[in-house]
Ligand binder design. Structure first.
Ligand code: ATP
Ligand code: MG
Length: 416
């Protein structure tokens, strides 16, 4: 073998790709009735778009970004996530001047230099949604409901919605200090990354996946106990709305998410059958991010779904239905082959998926091929059929046979 794809990237082809297409179609359907329009942002951005928003002390920025200098010496990064790019675009194009809320969804590849393993790749894909301009808890509830509906519509079950609030500019500093105090007394039990960054970014320690850090922080002070009145009310109202919308969830007071821009609401959707990489989707509010990008103060909230984890779950939970081949033309003789060739072209124009044989093989081997392709029908054309002006058919499911006059063939196909 001469070439292999780089480590941690995947080729996606049938039958998996049908699941991908179905998921993308469902996303567009569900999101559109909630008023979300697609936005397509570039895969490359200036590096600062990510370092400033995601945060210098996060895993993504510290060690996962694909960053390089372009030919003019500018630092460019392949997007590791979608929100920062969408916010950059929102501010750059002054979309805050349009009536609020502005709602967008995106889908496409993201890049992170991670250790490849199940559910963790270097090129992976996300479907995400972002809603700009409203801080009402009903908007949070609506967005989470939309995510739930999408995941249900694609056919996933056995999911847990975990919810938390991580406060705002006003109340988080106090919690931060309390947490730093707690961690300072237990430094020897933390991993090197956490020791290095807990003073600057103590919330990161709660998000650390390593057993030692998880154990150490089990008894850590919890952020919901430190929320200010406004954040508490927001979180309370969100929960009430979720209950009334029949979205079940559990509050996970230590879920803080791995990116710095979050404020207030954070959530994660997990599935036990995914093992260690168990988060299918995640999101939260980022009320300060638009301003940080130079726009006016604009509350916002969004989420991203991990496509690989989603499709893996789907393929475990249900069968893949590939698109069905309607008919295969088995021909005898050159004239029949020519006739089939133009007939196939006509039928495809009308939207029927049909195939034919180009190799002048025996009828038997053409039938075998039709069978391997899973064709519903074999259409037979030979000298006799040409003379009589008919096309013979055989239905593969039960062997039923017959012939149809050429001029009625399209009607016949429409009726089967
Ligand atoms: P994790 O905690 O699993 O590392 P994360 O917090 O880094 O996830 P986010 O940045 O919130 O993930 O991205 C949202 C979703 O994208 C995740 O819940 C996951 O489904 C998916 N995802 C993130 N990183 C990867 C990756 N390297 N490979 C595949 N999917 C990923
Ligand atoms: Mg990660």
């Amino acid at each position: 073998m001469k070439y292999r794809a780089p480590k941690g990237v995947q080729d996606i082809f049938p039958p998996e790709v049908y699941v991908w297409q179905e998921v993308e179609k469902k996303a567009k359907e569900v999101f559109s009735v909630y008023g979300y329009s697609e936005v397509r942002t570039p895969i490359i951005e200036f590096t600062e778009v990510f370092t400033r928003s995601i945060g210098e002390d996060t895993d993504i920025v510290e060690k996962e970004m694909y960053t390089f200098s372009d030919r003019a010496g500018r630092s460019i990064t392949l997007r590791p996530e979608g929100t920062a790019s969408v916010v950059r675009a929102y501010v750059q194009h002054h979309l805050y001047n349009l009536p609020s809320p502005q709602k967008f969804f995106y889908l496409g590849p993201m890049f992170r230099y991670e250790r490849p393993q199940k559910g963790r790749y270097r090129q992976f894909h996300q479907i995400g949604a972002e809603c700009f301009g409203e801080d009402d808890p009903r908007v949070d509830a609506e967005l989470i409901e939309m995510l739930k509906r999408f995941l249900e519509e694609v056919g996933l079950s056995g999911l847990n919605f975990e919810l938390n609030s991580i406060g705002c500019r006003k109340c988080r500093p106090e919690y931060r200090d309390v947490l730093i105090g707690f961690l300072a007394e237990r430094v020897e039990h933390l991993c090197n990354d956490c020791i290095r960054r807990y003073r600057r970014n103590p919330l990161r320690v709660l998000d650390c996946k390593l057993e030692g850090c998880r154990k150490t922080t089990e008894s850590a002070p919890q952020i919901p106990d430190y929320l200010c009145t406004e954040c508490k009310e927001h979180f309370g109202a969100l929960q009430q709305y979720l209950q009334r919308l029949n979205v079940s969830y559990t509050v996970n007071p230590r879920m803080v998410r791995g990116l710095d821009y979050y404020t207030r609401t954070t959530f994660e959707v997990t599935s036990e059958s995914l093992g260690a990489q168990n988060a299918v989707a995640a999101g939260g509010r980022y009320d300060g991010l638009v301003e940080e990008f130079g726009g006016p103060s604009t509350p916002a909230i969004g989420f991203a779904v991990g496509m690989e984890r989603l499709t893996t779950l789907l393929m475990e939970q249900r069968e893949i239905q590939p698109p069905g081949l309607l008919g295969f033309f088995a021909t005898m003789g050159e004239e029949a082959e020519e006739k089939a060739f133009f007939l196939v072209s006509e039928l495809r124009k009308k939207g029927f998926w049909v195939e034919m044989d180009y190799r002048g093989k025996s009828l038997k081997s053409q039938f075998r091929k039709a069978d391997r392709l899973g064709s519903r029908y074999v259409f037979i054309i030979g000298e006799d059929e040409i003379q009589k002006g008919v096309i013979k058919y055989k239905r593969m499911s039960d062997g039923a046979q017959g012939e149809v006059p050429e001029e009625e063939f399209i009607n016949f196909l429409t009726s089967v």
